[in-house]
Design a protein around this ligand. Structure first.
Ligand code: ADP
Ligand code: MG
Length: 701
């Protein structure tokens, strides 16, 4: 049966080579199994018919019974299309095709009654439906008896080749008919009976062809349970194995450097949250297990200090350390901050990035090999093979969402035994998502900002109100504050984006002319030297305004900058807006975040802006982001090594199931860590099928 499911999709009646190629390219469906696991994204009540008079373009998919009156061609060249007038007793709409024109007119002869199904739109003031599904009235009558008709997502290309949701449904129907034996269970019997799960065979039938809503619900639950359960089981098993097999360096002492720094140099009291996290880290480092910890803390919560304390513990125990940041600017900033904090303490700190000069590089490499270099800061230049440590004991990775699991893994290999790893992220991640994204890590949270911060005020203005905003900026500059103005940079239209920035720069320099005002610019296309000098201008306080693309998104710390203007704010995602806003509000002054947008906003963009105005709580923002966009779009998830193209579960909505199955997986592994017992063999086998090919895990273990 398993072999049968692995059959190539071309063996399915109704799938020729051309369709097979399309299904493979567009939907990644290559085998029977792929097709069977291509689940509907929704179900439609196909017992409901609309009247033409009821149609409006805001309706989702609708079904209408009527007559195709006549066909005619419209437009020329690229815009050439076939149009049909379609009527019922309440009115008339147009049906439109851009492809397959001949086939349509011969398959659905004018003058006959049909049932059409599609999404109403408007063109030139008339309602139309582009590329509708069409069915003869009698055929429909014999087929449909279920109210719930599965809808499958398709692509433009597929639709153009007439592979519609209906086609996919038909193919799945054909496939299910060919499965004559019961499909074998993929979960042990003790789980299906304990948690009342529908048999996989039935679930796979019912998910595609449900007879009623409760049955559909059971099928979905079974499939979601399974999908999420195996992800958790995989993560937890990996974590258990690692804990059992990998020894960690034991940092038993808290020594001179730590104490010197803590009691002499530390410029302020640690917050309670910082203290708690330092304790958690210290405990890991002394445990004999290799630390793999995620440190979450909102922007400005003081992660750098916690990181530094960790580094000092490692150094006190005779180990070298490194801290990796995602951009040169941020790495440079860490270098400055940490060198300053360590002033008067005999620790050697160096910075390594892509633009480090050869001579400096040589001296760094020498210091690494002879062990005299204690802390190496840098960008992903640190990962390169020619960076060889003598005794690397602790690796800290800042802003994890920019790095993938694979990169993490490469740092593991920089010592014979893997160093301790601390991953820091300023992107608050909802709990259940963290369980999946970082499910193999232990998690610490800094949930408290240093005292004395005045909450940032967030305001929204539309482009026509720009003068008001400029007035406000002038007032702020008069009070001695500095201003960021940020432009979105989206890869697909990079050229246009830079144009936005240049136009913006023009407008700004006209409104804030020299010599009274000084404006500096930083963007990704500048050389690092130019970037650096622009940054220095702003940091040093000479520049009043810094115009930037999102390069400043992470980590820049300039306490005197108290206004963040975000241009085209509607084009940013929520977590990005939140990150940008976190650049201000670092000093004691009232800070402001000004969201500029056009006055026409999509509903989603309006929601994002609303949320930004309402709250500064990063976790609340992350939750909303997850609801709005789904986890696949959250930064970093693509490279996370977790299969985020979940087939049925939704990390945003199925949080409860995630927690539930994680507990179940934990329990199973605590009784049987190797999954060796008879009843668990099936789990081991499934894990192998599902994750056996995953490069990332095998890299590490
Ligand atoms: P992030 O978590 O975003 O990396 P940083 O480590 O850059 O935050 O800290 C933000 C600012 O808060 C820095 O200027 C830092 O010196 C300051 N800071 C950190 N911890 C404390 C504290 N306990 N009390 C007061 N200020 C602090
Ligand atoms: Mg930071």
């Amino acid at each position: 049966m398993t072999d049968f499911l692995e059959s190539n999709i071309t063996y399915l009646p109704g799938v020729g080579p051309k369709r097979a190629e399309l299904l493979s390219k567009e939907l990644n469906i290559n085998t029977f199994k792929d097709l069977l696991f291509y689940f509907p994204y929704k179900y439609i009540d196909r017992t409901r018919f609309y009247k033409i008079a009821e149609l409006d373009p805001d309706l989702p998919l609708v079904q209408i019974k009527g007559i195709i009156r006549n066909y005619y061609a419209e437009g020329k060249g690229q815009g050439k299309r076939l149009v049909a007038d379609f009527t019922d007793d309440t009115g008339q709409i147009k049906l439109v095709w851009f492809k397959g024109l001949k086939w349509i007119t011969s398959s659905y002869p004018a003058g006959n009654e049909f049932i059409i199904f599609g999404k109403p739109g408007v063109f030139n003031g008339t309602i139309n439906i582009v590329h509708p599904e069409i069915e003869a009235t009698e055929k429909k009558a014999e087929r449909i008896n279920s109210a719930l008709q599965a809808q499958y997502s398709t692509t433009e290309k597929l639709k153009n080749s007439f592979i519609t949701s209906k086609t996919i449904s038909k193919l799945i129907g054909t496939l299910l008919k060919q499965i004559n034996l019961r499909l074998p269970e993929t979960l042990p019997q003790y789980l299906t009976s304990r948690y009342s799960l529908m048999h996989i065979h039935d679930a796979l039938h019912k998910i595609h062809f449900p007879s009623n809503p409760p049955e559909l619900e059971k099928a979905r639950y079974r499939l979601k349970f399974e999908e999420l359960f195996y992800i958790q089981l995989n993560l937890l098993r990996y974590k258990t194995q690692r804990n059992n097999q990998v020894k960690g360096f034991i940092f038993s002492t808290v020594g001179e450097n730590f104490n010197n720094f803590y009691f002499k140099n530390l410029p302020f009291q640690l917050t309670e949250a910082q203290k708690r996290v330092v304790k958690e880290i210290r405990k890991d480092l002394g445990s004999g297990k290799q630390m793999n910890r995620l440190l979450q803390g909102d922007v400005g919560s003081g992660k750098t200090l916690v990181a530094l304390l960790g580094l000092l513990i490692a150094i006190d125990n005779g180990y070298q350390t490194c801290l990796m940041a995602p951009t040169e600017i941020l790495a440079g900033q860490h270098y400055q901050t940490i060198s300053q904090l360590l002033n008067g303490i005999d620790i050697s700190v160096k910075l390594l990035t892509g633009s480090t000069k050869k001579s400096e590089r040589n001296s760094i490499e020498a210091g690494l090999t002879d062990g005299s270099l204690n802390i190496l800061l840098g960008t992903h230049a640190l990962i390169e093979d020619n960076v060889i440590f003598n005794r690397l004991g602790l690796v800290i990775i800042d802003e994890q969402h920019r790095f993938g699991v694979a990169q993490r893994a490469r740092l593991w290999q920089k010592n014979i035994n893997p160093p301790h790893i601390l991953v820091m992220t300023a992107t608050p991640i909802p709990r259940t998502l963290a369980m999946t994204l970082y499910g193999d890590l232990d998690v610490s949270v800094i949930d408290e900002l240093p005292p004395g911060r005045v909450p940032i005020k967030t305001m929204h203005f539309t482009d026509p109100e720009r003068n008001k905003v400029f007035g406000f900026i002038r007032d702020q500059i008069r009070e001695g504050r500095q201003i960021y103005i940020v432009y979105p940079l989206i890869k697909e239209s990079e050229k246009m984006d830079y144009k936005d920035l240049e136009d913006g720069l023009d407008t700004i320099t006209r409104a804030f002319p020299p010599p009274e005002y000084c404006v500096s610019v930083v963007h990704g296309k500048m050389t690092s030297a130019n970037k650096e000098s622009s940054m220095a201008l702003f940091k040093g306080g000479q520049a009043h305004i810094m115009i930037a693309t999102t390069v400043i998104e992470v980590g820049v710390d300039i306490p005197n900058a108290s206004v963040m203007v975000i241009e085209s704010a509607e084009r940013f995602g929520l977590s990005q807006l939140h990150q940008l806003r976190g650049r201000v509000g670092r000093g004691a002054d009232q800070s402001y975040c000004i969201l500029m947008s056009s006055d026409k906003l999509s509903k989603e963009a309006a929601t994002r802006i609303e949320v930004m105005i309402r709250t500064t709580d990063g976790f609340e923002i992350a939750e909303t982001d997850l609801q709005l966009r789904g986890p696949g779009d959250l930064e970093g998830t693509q490279q996370s090594g977790i299969p985020f193209d979940l087939k049925i579960a939704n990390l945003g909505k199925d949080g409860q199931i995630i927690e539930y199955v994680r507990n179940i997986a934990t329990e199973i592994l605590s009784d049987d860590p190797g999954l060796e017992s008879g009843q668990n063999i099936i789990l081991k086998k499934e894990l192998k099928t599902l994750f056996g090919k995953s490069k990332i895990w095998s890299n590490i273990s």
